[in-house]
Ligand binder design. Sequence first.
Ligand code: GLN
Length: 351
Amino acid sequence: MLTQRLQFNRMCIAALVVATLAPIALLAQTARSPVAPRRELVESVVREAYDKFKGDTNGKNADYIPYLAKVDSKMFGIAIVTTDNQVLTLGDVNYSFSIQSISKVFTLALAMEELGPDKVFEKVGSEPTGRAFNSPLAVVDMPTHTGNPFVNAGAIATTSLISGKDAQEKWKRILDFYSKAAGEQLTLIDEVYKSEAATNTGNKALSMLLAKYDRIYADPFESVDIYTKQCSVGVNAIQLARMGAMLANNGVNPATNAQVINSDYIPHILSTMALAGLYDGSGGWAWHVGLPAKSGVGGGIVAIAPGKGAIAVFAPPLDEAGNSVKAQEVIEYVARKLNYNLYSPTSVGLK
Ligand code: GLN
């Protein structure tokens, strides 16, 4: 009798534990897509990609920013962060490289947080230019002049939208926002900033052209200087992947659980990445990979698998369009093997 009673009590306790924990387990699952691949599979595919492309010596470091020419071109790191904050890394993932154009994604997000998406769309737009990222001709030719937030002209215009009583306050707002996106404090790489600030006459020219067309919204040279600082922020591959995972996770940083960006704005950001994230290489990228991504001349690329996670790859040598050769190869390989291509209905579980 007593043993029966004890058993019954035990069952009650077990039922209670299950009842309290089940919703927690369910909650934890909501941060992860039901079709996200298993960890062991991701690990083996990333290892395969690393081994396959490690020896590729194609491409060349950016050299129009003198500092970047000196970065060790053999460095190679891969990081994946999932929406439920699993972290997977291989290679040089602790080296802090300059975020460069990938910063444009997060300044766009901040501009939307401040002004809302309609105003940002009106002031900058989102049309691919079909030209190099620093093209002055695109500013002259495009009906909007700004093109989109990911070419230099559109990015400088986007930076000029950020509020603040002076340049210092605007810059602080940007750096704080990037840090919130990464889930930890990021810092400026001073040497990169100095190197780029001493050589950025092309970007100053773009800002003057924008002023001619009334498409820059603060002092042009001040905006270029803040833009140059944002490009000089240091990130390692893990931090970059976490910033990407925040986008994949509806604007919530998976490590801190902070809502960094209004979830309604994520589609605007990802669609812009899909159209212009790899500049005039974006069409080929969409054709082969089918994931929104953003590259920087520092050698980083981050690609987003919405609802699943992000992959960041760092490898300095770039192709003609300014996109890391090995990063493109790795992401294409991994995305194909893991069935991440967004344009494929099988990526969301359709058989
Ligand atoms: N800071 C660089 C520039 O303005 C960023 C370009 C890039 O990463 N594509 O030229």
